[in-house]
Design a protein. Structure first.
Length: 72
């Protein structure tokens, strides 16, 4: 995945974050673990703050992007 990330970074022209940024957390934690965290958050078992801590995310926008990718 690293070559893909580097290529997208080179081609990225805006000052906003690249489209794939939230996926870095998914790749680091794994799809199964991420799915469990997103499921627990969507089910009300953990708060958004807890879900962000479990994923190692400081910006809640990244967490929301991941949640949307998982369809919750």
């Amino acid at each position: 995945m690293r070559p893909i990330f580097l290529k997208e970074e080179e081609e990225h022209t805006s000052f906003g974050r690249p489209q794939y940024y939230g996926k870095r957390y998914v790749n680091a934690k794994g799809r199964f673990y991420t799915g469990l965290v997103m499921s627990a958050w969507s089910g009300g078992y953990v708060t958004a703050h807890n879900a962000a801590e479990y994923m190692g995310i400081k910006n809640f926008e990244h967490l929301k992007d991941i949640r949307e990718d998982y369809g919750f």
